[in-house]
Every structure is written in structure tokens, then in C-alpha cells.
Design a protein around this ligand. Sequence first.
Ligand code: SF4
Ligand code: SF4
Length: 388
Amino acid sequence: MEPQSPTVTAGQPRELAQDDLQALFDALTARGWTVVGPTERDGAVVLAELTRADQLPHGVGVRLAPGGYRLRQREDRAAFAHSAGPQSWKNFLHPERARLWQADRDEEGGVTFTPDTEETAPAPRYALLGVHPCDLAAISRLDRVLTGGAFRDPVYGPRRDAAFVIAVACTDPGELCFCASVGTGPGLREDAPCDLAVHEIADRDGVRLMISAHSGRGAELLSDPRLPLREPHPELPELARRRTEDAAQRMGRELETEGLRDVLAGTLDSSVWDEVASRCLTCGNCTMVCPTCFCTTTEDTTDLTGEHAERWRRWDSCFDLDFSYVHGGSVRTSGRSRYRQWLTHKLGTWHDQFGSSGCVGCGRCIVWCPVGIDLTVEAARLREEAGP
Ligand code: SF4
Ligand code: SF4
């Protein structure tokens, strides 16, 4: 993938003072959207339903290490200058658990099935506030997987259609971020697939937001007379451009993507997998936090009377033994084969299936791996072993 140069969105940007962010919340709420955005909770920046702008993590930054995550105080009051937390937007578009249908037995012994469809269970209308470019790329990849083929996912599709996406360019990448090397950030492209594109500029003058509409819905929202928008200060576009350019230079990690798919295809017998397996706990954390991992399984439940049953879909992981269970047992019984499956799919065979890498460079899998396994390091080792 071509490395992306940091760009500032064109169009007709408007300026919003950070103190007026509540007006944006109000405009979204008045149109029926529930705002979901970052907030500080339990020592992390998490994503949650928000009603007030003061719930955003103003002045909260993040310090990352393999297997380590700490909040830090920023010197400014920026609300979106924190790198990826333990959740991604898939938690809201492709939720951990979703009911597929319910069944009830009547007095005559008949059974009535009630599927959870768009008619019986309308999708929530989320306004996703603060989607960083790597996560915007992750949503685009989920779009391709879950709505781009012959079958549209009945849970993701309606939630995605209903979502209003407010992307924010990244100005403070973490120690484990590598979106610049995989071409997904830290800037927002002019054709970024969102409704609003925001650049947050924090400096001695305070915090200012430069906002551009990227869709008809976005333009309609910006035309709300209750939004105290003004012409952007002439220096703002250049400041925004410099912030993302600077961010691109400060990535803590890099992933060499050139030819990686072919390198990985030849690593079946590599001893690197044995070494990783000696550390990997096969806990599946990396798949849970990854914004593009989408696998699910189903489970049935009944109440104690046996009169009511439900089928639920929940996230699954290729690190689970059951995941590869076919008649007679699991196909991938070793940690070696399960880690290999994850990495070679994510960085290699995704290209064959979906035309892109499955990794957007957010760094979450490195942060939330309890033993700090780093896919950029493992991919580099495999490349080195494969030789020139
Ligand atoms: S593989 Fe890791 S770095 Fe890549 S998108 Fe998934 S969580 Fe982020
Ligand atoms: S790589 Fe890390 S997070 Fe992933 S399964 Fe192994 S121990 Fe868990």
C-alpha cells in the first residue's frame, strides 16, 4: 500500500471553538443520533455513549508500551489527542453479542420464532465522534467484509447505514502506532469516508477545531444555525497540515509492507512461530481489540422452563480451540499454528480475500497482549529470515 501523505481536507472548512462543542452534541442529538465518543474511565480512554462535551477526555494523553497502557496529563486541553484505547468502533457497529432470534412455545406446544430484523429491532443511530484515521480505515475494511459481498451482515449493515461518522485527524500518535507506514493515517484524505472531518489544533491560543463536511448529511448538520461556526482563522489549514505531518514523523513503530504477503506465504515451517508460541498465551486479546477482526460464533440459550429460547451471536477468535473444530477435533491444536493463522491472515491472505491488508496500524494488539508480543517485530523477523 502506498504510504499516505498527511493531507488537510479541502472543501469549505469552518472553525468551532472547543468551548462550543456542546452545540455539536446538541445538533446531533436533535437529529436523533446518540453520540458515542471517547471518555476517561477506569484508567483508560474508552468509547461510550456521551451526552455532554465535558465528558470528553480533555487534556488526557496516553503512554503505550508492549503490554502496557497508561494515561498521562497533557499540557493542553485537546480532547482527541490520545492514541487507540482498548475498544474500537467495531464494539458499536459489530457488537460483542447480538441476538439473532427468539423462540417461544405456546400452550398447544407450537413454537413461534421471532427473528431480530431491522423491522423488529431497529439499529441504534450512533454518531461516532472522534474516529481517528486508522480506525476509519478499519471501518472501511469491515464494510468490505460485512457488507461488500453477496451477503450483507444483518447486524452490522443497519448499524453502519445509520451511523454518522465524525473523523478527527491524529496529532499525537502513540509509541506503538504505525499507521503512517501502512498508509492509513495520520492525516485525513480529502475523500475520507466520513460525514465530518475535524482537525483539532491545540496551542497557546487554546484548542480550536477546523471542521469540513464530507457528505450531504454533514453539510446539513453544519448548516444548523445553532452551531456557532465561523470562518477559520487563515493560519488554521496550514497549522493542521503541519500537525499531521509532524505526527507522521513521530510514529513509534513501522511495518514494512512491500511484498509482505509473499514473504508470509513462505513461512510455514519457520522457527519464528515456535519462538512466538513459547510466549503466546493464546488468550485471544489481540483479536478482541483489533478493529478489523470480525469472526463470530453462535450459541443457544433457554430459560429454566424451556418455554423460551434465544440464539445469540458473539465474537469468536482464531486463538480458541473450538474455532477450528471440525468433525473429530480442532484443526489448529497448537499455539504455534494459531498465532501463525492470525498473523498470516491479517497481513497476508487478507489481500487475497479482500484486496487489502487486515492491519491498519493502530497498535492495539501490541498494547493489550499480556506478554507484549509485537506483530511489527515478528513480521520483521520473518522477513529477515526469508532473506532478500
Ligand atoms: S493487527 Fe494489531 S495493529 Fe493491526 S489493526 Fe489489528 S490491532 Fe491494530
Ligand atoms: S499474541 Fe498476545 S494477545 Fe494474542 S493470543 Fe497471544 S498472548 Fe494473547
